[in-house]
Design a protein around this ligand. Structure first.
Ligand code: PLP
Length: 481
């Protein structure tokens, strides 16, 4: 059946997309097949030609089809170990968190040093900067400045804020005033302060799907509701879907990772960032921009955060040294020209200020050039780990497995055969001495049942390879039983 249901609330072009993807999934439409022409599909489905065109363009944006000049639209060929698809079954309406207890168990796994750590996203551990950081901290302690034992100011140590401002200038050419930066206890507190500054209990917050579980816990614990927005595994949030979400729900703020989102490892292209900020201005919605992985693109070219695109939208950008230098220092920051006074007020109320010794150490780490040198060695290690992990997944997991294609960061997102329940796989993996992150924790409605996230952000050892092999063979056995 190729016709749409006009009584159904779903947009007609989305119904056309579903008709086509169903036919691809069942094998009726195979790679290389030509889709029905716009005219033919419009007649068969009973919708207008512009509706079919919109559907085909969306399918092309999602890389499921390709257009060939003068010829039409064709189903794309996919290599083995192919890229994951956007999921269409997420609850695209505001919902409370449905997987709290599973998240707790995942954190228990993460904190267990006896497990092979494929469940934790901690990229700096792939090549720790321990020696340089220890030396730097020792130097600061040797100076025996009394002030290093005292409180930092609420906004944070000026020398560190200056270094962060300089880092933005140096890497993306953005002019940031050090007084528009507030140092926080890691990226997580940065997200907390930013969200609390712009939204209150009961408000709706738009998130990518899948998204970082820490954001979902935060939204839930502040009594807010998350609404998921369809996210393309290669280009990030679908801006047309975001507009639809704004039209259908009273969204107060968006919480998006514009660079190297977790778990997809996806980076939003420049044109989409421009479209995003225009939409935020039009609908008067704030953006909490999670940029904690911004320095970890494999090619080192940091994209310009949406914050610096010169828009009037209310944007609060959150950064952190956890992913690049030392997660245990708990040092992150918020940049905002519009809301910095409110962020500072909240910082004072929640935690007064952040650890001064760590701030002084990081300020010197950046000022000496050690941070930039460290990134130059860390990125290739992560890239090599990513390549090895994708290769092992292709070798040991069932052929239907699809993976993300990260361009940085430290995580791989896997779509497994439908029969697999990631929560059960998580328990079985723990029994085999391996921690993984089950897909369910990356959505408020726990919908990624047959997905997992694996981390390559740790030193690569034989144990890593054995763990991936065990997982692949276990998934193969379970899916064929
Ligand atoms: C996307 C994302 N944002 C924020 C954070 C929190 O960072 P931090 O460890 O600095 O609190 C994490 C940590 O996993 C993350 O993955």
């Amino acid at each position: 059946m190729l016709n749409v249901d006009k009584q159904n609330d779903t947009f007609l072009y989305r119904q056309v997309i579903e008709l086509i993807t169903e036919n691809m999934d069942t094998g009726t439409l195979l790679p290389g097949d030509r889709l029905p022409s716009l005219r033919k599909m419009s007649k068969t489905a009973g919708v207008s030609i512009p509706t079919v065109r919109q559907a085909y363009i969306e399918l092309e944006r999602g890389r499921r089809v390709e257009s060939r000049p003068q010829s039409g639209f064709y189903v794309r060929h996919r290599a083995a170990n192919d890229i994951v698809r956007p999921i269409r079954t997420a609850a695209l309406k505001p919902v409370p968190l449905g997987c709290r207890s599973l998240m707790e168990r995942v954190y228990d796994g993460i904190n267990n040093p006896d497990l092979v750590p494929l469940g934790i996203a901690n990229p700096s551990m792939a090549k720790p900067a321990a020696k340089t950081l220890h030396r730097t901290m020792k130097r600061i302690m040797a100076r025996a400045e009394e002030r290093s034992l005292g409180y930092a100011s609420t906004l944070g140590e000026p020398s560190l804020r200056r270094q962060i401002a300089y880092h933005y200038l140096d890497t993306v050419g953005a002019q940031v005033e050090p007084d528009e930066i507030c140092i926080t206890n890691g990226g997580q507190e940065a997200l907390l302060l930013a969200l609390t500054a712009v939204a209150s209990k009961g408000d709706v917050v738009a998130v990518e799907t899948p998204t970082y579980h820490g954001m979902l816990e935060l939204i839930d614990s502040l009594g807010m509701l998350a609404v998921e927005v369809e996210t393309c595994p290669e280009e990030g949030v679908e801006i047309s879907e975001l507009e639809r979400t704004f039209q259908n729900h009273p969204v107060k703020a968006c919480m998006f990772s514009t660079t190297l989102g977790n778990p997809l490892g996806v980076t939003m292209p420049g044109v989409d960032r421009e479209r995003l900020v225009r939409l935020l201005e039009e609908y008067d919605v704030a953006l909490i921009e999670d940029d904690v992985y911004g320095d970890l693109l494999f090619d080192g070219q940091r994209p310009v955060p949406a914050q610096f695109l010169g828009s009037k939208a209310r944007i609060l950008t959150c950064g952190s040294f956890s992913k690049t230098a030392a997660s245990g220092y708990r040092i992150g920051w918020v940049v905002s020209s519009h809301d910095i006074d409110e962020v500072a007020r909240l910082k004072r109320a929640f935690s007064c200020s952040s650890g001064l010794l760590q701030q002084l150490t990081l300020a010197e780490f950046l000022a000496s050039g050690d941070y930039s040198r460290h990134l130059k060695t860390l990125r290739p290690v992560l890239q090599r780990n990513a390549e090895r992990m994708r290769a092992l997944v292709a070798e040991h997991f069932p052929a239907e497995t699809r993976t993300s294609r990260p361009v940085g960061g430290s995580v791989l997102w896997l779509e497994l055969p439908k029969k697999i329940n990631a929560q059960q796989l998580f328990d079985e993996a723990i029994g085999a001495g391996i921690s993984i992150a089950p897909g369910q924790i990356f959505s408020p409605c726990a919908c990624y049942k047959n997905y997992i996230r694996l981390s390559y952000g740790h030193p690569w050892t034989e144990k890593t390879e054995d763990a991936i092999q065990w997982l692949g063979q276990h998934v193969s056995r379970t899916s064929s039983s």
